[in-house]
Design a protein around this ligand. Structure first.
Ligand SMILES: [Zn+2]
Length: 190
């Protein structure tokens, strides 16, 4: 049985460009090339496995993820500002660090896998993502953006302005992870 999401076109970065193709074709392309498929979650700015339990818990509608194929795709996600998911820990795969080390060094001046994955050094913060490059290709923003708690009004406004400049029909709700609430998310007032 074919389920809906399998036929839904998803944004994919492969072979140097952005495309929108159905998930089943993406899976086929991946196995044909023997290339790994990576998933970047736009709300949180995290990259990881397409099978990640944590990554699959939230909404997976169009506008929530960007897929990327192979080593080139992984390097692209790092360049775009995504950092490794602490649930599926993509950095524990054999070749991960070799693939991204040069990009991480150039972008963050970090020179070890441990530093790159240390959330005290590179915290969860969707402001890091290069939205200005990604959104025109996807045409839609995620519903939420997870940024640190305790940002100033000015810092939140700066992020909101970046999205306002992208001329979208709907802009994301900007907030932070909040375990005390049912939605696990508290939005900033803008
Ligand atoms: Zn994950």
């Amino acid at each position: 049985m074919i389920t809906m999401p399998y036929n839904t076109p998803y944004p994919l970065f492969a072979n140097g460009r952005y495309e929108r193709i159905p998930l089943k074709e993406i899976a086929r392309a991946g196995s044909a090339l023997d290339a790994r498929l990576w998933s970047a979650r736009l709300s949180t700015g995290l990259l990881g496995s397409t099978n990640c339990d944590s990554g699959n818990r939230g909404p997976k509608e169009y506008g929530e993820i960007l897929l990327a194929l192979g080593d080139e795709g992984l390097r692209k996600l790092v360049e775009l500002g995504f950092i490794p998911c602490s649930s599926c820990r993509p950095e524990t795969t054999d070749t991960f660090w070799d693939i991204v080390a040069a990009e991480v060094a150039e972008k963050y001046h970090l020179y070890s896998r441990e530093d790159f994955t240390n959330k005290d050094i590179l915290p969860y913060d969707a402001r890091r993502v290069q939205w200005e490059e990604i959104i025109p290709h996807i045409g839609k923003a995620p519903g939420r953006l997870y940024v640190p708690q305790g940002l100033s009004q000015k810092e939140v406004a700066e992020l909101a302005e970046r999205f306002a400049a992208l001329s979208l029909d709907t802009v994301p709700s900007i907030g932070f992870y909040d375990r005390e609430t049912a939605a696990k998310f508290t939005a900033y007032d803008i």
